[in-house]
Design a protein around this ligand. Structure first.
Ligand code: COA
Length: 186
Protein backbone atom coordinates (compact mmCIF):
# COMPACT_ATOMS: atom_id res chain seq x y z
CA UNK A 1 0.00 0.00 0.00
CA UNK A 2 1.38 3.43 -0.89
CA UNK A 3 2.08 6.19 1.64
CA UNK A 4 -0.76 8.22 0.14
CA UNK A 5 -3.27 5.49 0.99
CA UNK A 6 -1.99 5.02 4.53
CA UNK A 7 -1.75 8.73 5.39
CA UNK A 8 -4.33 9.41 8.14
CA UNK A 9 -7.14 11.85 7.46
CA UNK A 10 -10.23 13.35 9.07
CA UNK A 11 -13.49 12.25 7.47
CA UNK A 12 -17.19 12.07 8.30
CA UNK A 13 -18.49 9.10 10.27
CA UNK A 14 -20.37 6.36 8.44
CA UNK A 15 -22.61 3.51 9.53
CA UNK A 16 -19.77 1.22 8.47
CA UNK A 17 -17.77 2.45 11.49
CA UNK A 18 -19.87 0.42 13.96
CA UNK A 19 -17.14 -2.20 14.50
CA UNK A 20 -14.46 0.47 15.00
CA UNK A 21 -16.64 2.25 17.54
CA UNK A 22 -17.25 -0.98 19.45
CA UNK A 23 -13.52 -1.73 19.47
CA UNK A 24 -12.64 1.76 20.68
CA UNK A 25 -15.15 1.83 23.52
CA UNK A 26 -14.09 -1.60 24.78
CA UNK A 27 -11.00 0.10 26.24
CA UNK A 28 -11.21 0.90 29.98
CA UNK A 29 -10.13 4.52 29.66
CA UNK A 30 -12.84 5.19 27.07
CA UNK A 31 -15.66 4.45 29.49
CA UNK A 32 -15.57 8.02 30.76
CA UNK A 33 -15.97 9.39 27.25
CA UNK A 34 -19.64 8.45 27.00
CA UNK A 35 -22.71 8.76 29.19
CA UNK A 36 -23.73 5.13 28.62
CA UNK A 37 -21.75 1.97 27.77
CA UNK A 38 -21.22 1.09 24.11
CA UNK A 39 -21.02 -2.68 23.87
CA UNK A 40 -23.78 -3.54 21.42
CA UNK A 41 -23.99 -2.70 17.73
CA UNK A 42 -27.25 -0.82 18.40
CA UNK A 43 -25.48 1.34 21.00
CA UNK A 44 -22.66 2.08 18.57
CA UNK A 45 -25.25 3.00 15.95
CA UNK A 46 -26.90 5.41 18.41
CA UNK A 47 -23.50 6.97 19.13
CA UNK A 48 -22.87 7.36 15.39
CA UNK A 49 -26.29 8.72 14.42
CA UNK A 50 -25.91 12.37 15.54
CA UNK A 51 -22.33 12.44 14.27
CA UNK A 52 -23.48 11.60 10.75
CA UNK A 53 -25.79 14.63 10.60
CA UNK A 54 -24.85 18.20 9.77
CA UNK A 55 -25.39 20.53 12.71
CA UNK A 56 -24.64 24.21 13.27
CA UNK A 57 -23.57 23.47 16.84
CA UNK A 58 -21.33 20.43 16.47
CA UNK A 59 -19.11 18.65 13.98
CA UNK A 60 -17.35 15.34 14.52
CA UNK A 61 -14.69 13.67 12.39
CA UNK A 62 -13.41 10.12 12.37
CA UNK A 63 -9.63 9.93 12.47
CA UNK A 64 -9.16 7.49 9.62
CA UNK A 65 -6.10 5.31 9.22
CA UNK A 66 -6.05 3.11 6.14
CA UNK A 67 -9.85 3.14 5.94
CA UNK A 68 -10.43 2.35 9.62
CA UNK A 69 -11.78 4.85 12.17
CA UNK A 70 -9.17 4.84 14.94
CA UNK A 71 -10.31 7.96 16.75
CA UNK A 72 -12.54 10.99 16.94
CA UNK A 73 -11.90 14.70 17.00
CA UNK A 74 -14.91 16.96 17.39
CA UNK A 75 -16.05 20.52 17.86
CA UNK A 76 -19.15 21.01 19.97
CA UNK A 77 -20.87 23.91 21.74
CA UNK A 78 -20.17 25.96 18.61
CA UNK A 79 -21.33 29.48 19.41
CA UNK A 80 -21.23 31.82 16.40
CA UNK A 81 -22.18 34.84 18.55
CA UNK A 82 -18.99 34.52 20.58
CA UNK A 83 -16.87 32.65 18.04
CA UNK A 84 -16.23 29.86 20.53
CA UNK A 85 -16.33 26.06 20.57
CA UNK A 86 -15.20 23.06 22.58
CA UNK A 87 -12.82 20.45 21.15
CA UNK A 88 -12.71 16.81 22.24
CA UNK A 89 -10.69 13.82 21.07
CA UNK A 90 -9.82 10.18 21.57
CA UNK A 91 -7.70 7.59 19.81
CA UNK A 92 -8.20 3.86 20.12
CA UNK A 93 -5.39 2.16 22.13
CA UNK A 94 -3.64 0.38 19.22
CA UNK A 95 -3.19 3.67 17.34
CA UNK A 96 -1.88 5.73 20.26
CA UNK A 97 1.59 7.18 20.65
CA UNK A 98 1.99 7.96 16.95
CA UNK A 99 1.07 11.64 17.15
CA UNK A 100 -2.39 11.09 15.66
CA UNK A 101 -4.35 12.98 18.34
CA UNK A 102 -1.95 15.93 18.21
CA UNK A 103 -2.23 16.21 14.43
CA UNK A 104 -6.01 15.75 14.52
CA UNK A 105 -6.58 18.39 17.23
CA UNK A 106 -4.25 20.92 15.62
CA UNK A 107 -5.83 20.29 12.21
CA UNK A 108 -9.40 20.67 13.49
CA UNK A 109 -8.52 23.80 15.46
CA UNK A 110 -7.19 25.41 12.28
CA UNK A 111 -10.26 24.18 10.38
CA UNK A 112 -12.52 25.76 13.02
CA UNK A 113 -10.65 29.08 12.90
CA UNK A 114 -10.75 29.09 9.11
CA UNK A 115 -14.12 27.53 8.20
CA UNK A 116 -16.24 28.47 11.21
CA UNK A 117 -14.48 31.76 11.94
CA UNK A 118 -13.95 30.72 15.54
CA UNK A 119 -11.72 32.89 17.71
CA UNK A 120 -11.47 30.72 20.82
CA UNK A 121 -11.48 26.92 21.18
CA UNK A 122 -11.56 25.34 24.62
CA UNK A 123 -10.77 21.92 26.05
CA UNK A 124 -10.22 20.35 29.42
CA UNK A 125 -8.60 17.21 30.75
CA UNK A 126 -8.33 15.55 34.10
CA UNK A 127 -5.09 16.21 35.96
CA UNK A 128 -4.32 12.49 35.78
CA UNK A 129 -4.43 12.43 31.97
CA UNK A 130 -0.86 13.42 31.00
CA UNK A 131 -1.22 12.14 27.44
CA UNK A 132 -4.09 14.56 26.87
CA UNK A 133 -2.05 17.39 28.39
CA UNK A 134 0.75 16.66 25.91
CA UNK A 135 -1.72 16.65 23.01
CA UNK A 136 -3.27 19.97 24.10
CA UNK A 137 0.09 21.71 24.52
CA UNK A 138 1.48 20.40 21.21
CA UNK A 139 -1.70 21.48 19.41
CA UNK A 140 -1.17 25.03 20.61
CA UNK A 141 -3.54 25.17 23.57
CA UNK A 142 -2.48 27.12 26.65
CA UNK A 143 -3.37 26.15 30.20
CA UNK A 144 -5.78 28.64 31.73
CA UNK A 145 -6.48 27.12 35.12
CA UNK A 146 -7.60 24.24 37.28
CA UNK A 147 -11.16 23.46 38.22
CA UNK A 148 -10.97 21.73 41.57
CA UNK A 149 -12.87 18.46 42.11
CA UNK A 150 -14.85 19.09 38.92
CA UNK A 151 -15.59 15.46 37.93
CA UNK A 152 -16.46 12.26 39.78
CA UNK A 153 -15.63 8.79 38.47
CA UNK A 154 -16.12 5.62 40.53
CA UNK A 155 -16.65 7.72 43.62
CA UNK A 156 -13.38 9.66 43.22
CA UNK A 157 -13.29 13.37 42.45
CA UNK A 158 -10.80 14.78 39.94
CA UNK A 159 -9.39 18.23 39.30
CA UNK A 160 -9.68 19.33 35.69
CA UNK A 161 -7.18 21.49 33.78
CA UNK A 162 -8.77 24.00 31.41
CA UNK A 163 -7.01 25.02 28.20
CA UNK A 164 -7.81 27.29 25.28
CA UNK A 165 -6.33 28.32 21.99
CA UNK A 166 -7.12 31.70 20.50
CA UNK A 167 -7.06 32.45 16.79
CA UNK A 168 -4.40 35.03 17.61
CA UNK A 169 -2.18 32.57 19.53
CA UNK A 170 1.05 31.37 17.91
CA UNK A 171 0.27 28.43 15.62
CA UNK A 172 1.98 25.15 16.56
CA UNK A 173 4.25 23.31 14.15
CA UNK A 174 2.54 20.11 13.00
CA UNK A 175 1.84 18.03 9.93
CA UNK A 176 -1.80 18.76 9.07
CA UNK A 177 -4.22 15.99 8.14
CA UNK A 178 -6.45 16.10 5.09
CA UNK A 179 -10.01 17.07 6.10
CA UNK A 180 -13.00 15.64 4.25
CA UNK A 181 -16.07 17.44 5.58
CA UNK A 182 -19.72 16.36 5.26
CA UNK A 183 -20.62 19.38 3.15
CA UNK A 184 -17.94 18.38 0.66
CA UNK A 185 -19.34 14.91 0.05
CA UNK A 186 -23.04 15.56 0.78
C1 COA B 1 -5.16 11.28 25.07
C2 COA B 1 -5.13 10.51 23.75
C3 COA B 1 -6.17 11.12 22.80
C4 COA B 1 -3.73 10.67 23.11
O1 COA B 1 -3.75 10.08 21.81
P1 COA B 1 -2.38 9.79 21.00
O2 COA B 1 -2.73 9.64 19.55
O3 COA B 1 -1.64 8.70 21.66
O4 COA B 1 -1.62 11.17 21.25
P2 COA B 1 -0.22 11.64 20.60
O5 COA B 1 0.53 10.43 20.11
O6 COA B 1 -0.50 12.75 19.65
O7 COA B 1 0.54 12.28 21.86
C5 COA B 1 0.51 11.65 23.11
C6 COA B 1 1.81 11.97 23.83
O8 COA B 1 1.59 11.75 25.23
C7 COA B 1 2.60 10.90 25.69
N1 COA B 1 2.10 10.13 26.82
C8 COA B 1 1.28 9.06 26.79
N2 COA B 1 1.07 8.62 28.04
C9 COA B 1 1.78 9.45 28.87
C10 COA B 1 1.98 9.51 30.25
N3 COA B 1 1.38 8.63 31.07
N4 COA B 1 2.74 10.49 30.76
C11 COA B 1 3.34 11.40 29.95
N5 COA B 1 3.18 11.40 28.61
C12 COA B 1 2.41 10.42 28.07
C13 COA B 1 2.93 10.02 24.52
O9 COA B 1 4.16 9.37 24.70
C14 COA B 1 2.95 11.05 23.41
O10 COA B 1 4.14 11.80 23.42
P3 COA B 1 5.41 11.41 22.47
O11 COA B 1 4.95 11.72 21.06
O12 COA B 1 6.49 12.31 22.94
O13 COA B 1 5.69 9.96 22.67
C15 COA B 1 -5.38 9.00 23.96
O14 COA B 1 -4.51 8.52 24.97
C16 COA B 1 -6.83 8.68 24.37
O15 COA B 1 -7.68 8.57 23.51
N6 COA B 1 -7.08 8.55 25.67
C17 COA B 1 -8.44 8.22 26.16
C18 COA B 1 -9.44 9.34 25.85
C19 COA B 1 -8.95 10.68 26.36
O16 COA B 1 -8.34 10.76 27.42
N7 COA B 1 -9.25 11.73 25.57
C20 COA B 1 -8.90 13.09 25.97
C21 COA B 1 -9.91 13.58 26.94
S1 COA B 1 -9.49 15.20 27.50
Amino acid sequence: MSDILTEPLLRPWSIEDIESVLTAFASDDMATQTQAPIVLAAQAEMWLAPRMLESPRAVSFAIDLAGVAVGEVALSRINPDHGTAWISYWVTPVARGAGLATRAVATLADWGFDRLELERIELAHRVNNPASAVVAARAGFLVEGTQRAKLRYAGERFDVVTNARLFSDPAPAFAPLEVIALELIG
